[in-house]
Ligand binder design. Structure first.
Ligand code: SF4
Length: 156
């Protein structure tokens, strides 16, 4: 049975930073979120996951910050974010709720702007760094170029 939601308004709502505020457009970058289910006081996201989702995962997930931040910029701050997690082969849908403080949303905003600036610099200079250190996909198992790549197996 599907969990109840409060005051549902729109599915797959697009929130485009470029159209919302001065942050993106003037700075030369944009940011777009697609909210699975937009409600008056909460944002719901639907997951189909075989792995364990926990309160800890929800409290740390950057998707929450991104969507609650976009709602705030739209002038419609939401109280909380709600993951509805279905598991393959099960009719159970877990509901995990989480919130973000104003300080955390400011931190996210600074972090996003920093990342966007680094990308913009790389685009203009045409100098891109390697994959983030420790990234799981940067490995012999997942990357076909690993053996010959200076950032992979080709490291001196
Ligand atoms: S090995 Fe090189 S090409 Fe492959 S993911 Fe890492 S940085 Fe990218």
């Amino acid at each position: 049975m599907l969990p109840a939601v409060r005051e549902a308004r729109e599915t797959e709502r697009e929130l485009d930073l470029g159209g919302l505020a001065q942050h993106g457009e003037g700075a030369g970058w944009g940011f777009v979120g697609y909210l699975d289910l937009d409600c008056a006081q909460e944002v719901c996201d639907y997951k189909l996951s075989g792995s364990r989702w926990s309160q800890n995962c929800a409290d740390r997930d950057w998707q929450v910050d991104a969507y609650l931040w976009l709602r705030e910029l739209a002038g419609e701050p939401a109280e909380e974010f709600c993951f509805h997690v279905a598991r393959p082969g099960s009719e159970e849908v877990a509901v995990i709720r989480t919130r973000r403080s104003a300080e955390r949303l400011r931190f996210f905003e600074r972090r996003l702007a920093g990342i966007a600036e680094r990308i913009a610099q790389a685009v203009s200079s045409r100098v891109w760094g390697y994959a983030p250190e420790g990234a799981w996909w940067c490995s012999r198992k997942w990357c076909a170029s690993w053996d010959g790549c200076p950032a992979g197996g080709g490291v001196a």
